[in-house]
Design a protein around this ligand. Structure first.
Ligand code: NAP
Length: 335
């Protein structure tokens, strides 16, 4: 089969589309014919080697976690899914098995979704049936960003009327977290370049600060002299968040998902909650995301689509270019 493959650690430039053997499911696993896969920054972080000590990759390595596709084979003991089922979800690279304790429930490990076929553990809330009302490409765009947004909303316990600054609102996680915050009736201030202002307002942002043309901390302080109730950080590395903490009112919270995570002690403020949140599927979460997407309250916008044969270029563009919403790869026969 065709797959996007890395033969060693490196940037997106080491990826190429190659022929590799079709993975077969073992006991408790399913094989899926991938219809659509979404790209995520974490795919490139694993490939870079920064996690090599904790979770060494095996090469050839096929990247990709988010997917939608059709079950083509079930392993021994699988009763939850049958051949022909339309499914979607998230499988983490098998190398991350030692990091599973970070997640509230067991992740489904995978052979990599940027491929014609991938294998997943079946018995986990990280996989679900795709409702017919939700197209495969939209289902593939949802899992990582949607689960992360759900986790942020649970941890943040946002109240109607609270002011929340979302840093990095134009990307994948922003496309899920801004609509969920708006649905919770928070007042959302989103950072976005001028060309993305209408886009983030369409997601539900009430105000926009152009992070390319403006000092976000100074501008937020000007607009909210008493401080915002919370900051949701989807972009800045931990060390850059110390100054961002200045715009949060006493008793407020800073919720982070980006890397590297901030050190809460570095803020030297005991009136501030600083927490890094990880997206993990609880039972029913994927069904909830699919229902919200199908009814229209979670738009899961896709800005670019690629064929699998262009999958390596797609990762280069994720690495080097501005992203709005999600980038999706469709297998060649479906593109
Ligand atoms: N903890 C978890 O479980 C989890 C889950 C998913 C993602 N993540 C992490 O969360 C981060 C965001 O993921 P994503 O999928 O949304 O990434 P993405 O699609 O690449 O989007 C990132 C966004 O951040 C914006 N940005 C970059 N630098 C910025 C800055 N200095 N100020 C304001 N905005 C800035 C970019 O907009 P411009 O191009 O306009 O600057 C881009 O739209 C990544 O680090 C990812 O690895 C963590």
């Amino acid at each position: 089969m065709k797959a996007v493959v890395a033969q060693g650690y490196g940037s997106a430039a080491v990826l190429a589309v190659e022929d590799v053997p079709i993975p077969r499911p073992g006991p408790g696993q399913i094989q899926v014919r991938v219809v659509a896969a979404a790209l995520n920054p974490a795919d490139l972080r694993s490939l870079s080697g920064v996690l090599a000590e904790l979770a060494p990759l095996e090469f050839p390595h096929v990247p990709g976690s988010d997917f939608a596709g059709t079950v083509t084979e079930v392993g021994e003991g699988v009763t939850r899914f049958a051949v022909g089922d339309e499914v979607f979800g998230i499988g983490l690279p098998r190398a991350t098995v030692h990091m599973a304790t970070l997640f509230a429930s067991p992740p489904s490990l995978t052979t990599g979704t940027l491929a014609e076929y991938a294998v997943f553990e079946a018995d986990t809330p990280a996989l679900a049936l795709r409702p017919p009302a939700l197209e495969a490409e939209r289902a593939a765009a949802l899992p990582i960003v949607g689960l992360t947004a759900l986790s942020l909303l649970r941890v943040g316990r946002f109240q109607p009327g609270e002011t929340v600054l979302v840093i990095g609102a134009t990307g994948g996680v922003g496309s899920a977290v801004v609509p969920l915050l708006a649905a919770a009736k928070a007042h959302v201030i989103a950072t976005a370049g001028a060309a993305d202002e209408d886009y983030v307002r369409g997601l539900g942002a009430d105000e926009v600060i152009d992070h390319r043309a403006t000092d976000v901390v100074a501008e937020t302080s000007r607009r909210c002299p008493d401080g915002v109730d919370a900051v949701v950080n989807l972009a800045l590395p931990g060390a850059r968040l110390i100054e961002v903490g200045r715009v949060i009112r006493s008793g407020g919270r800073l919720l982070n998902v980006a890397y590297p995570a901030p050190d809460p002690g570095a803020f030297e403020r005991d009136d501030l909650t600083v927490e890094t949140v990880y997206g993990a599927a609880r039972p029913g979460d994927l069904d909830e995301l699919a229902a919200r997407a199908a009814e229209g309250s979670l738009p899961s916008p896709i800005s670019r689509r690629y064929r699998l044969s262009d999958g390596a270029r797609a990762y280069l563009e994720l690495e080097q270019e501005h992203t709005r919403g999600k980038l999706i790869v469709l297998t060649d026969t479906h593109a």
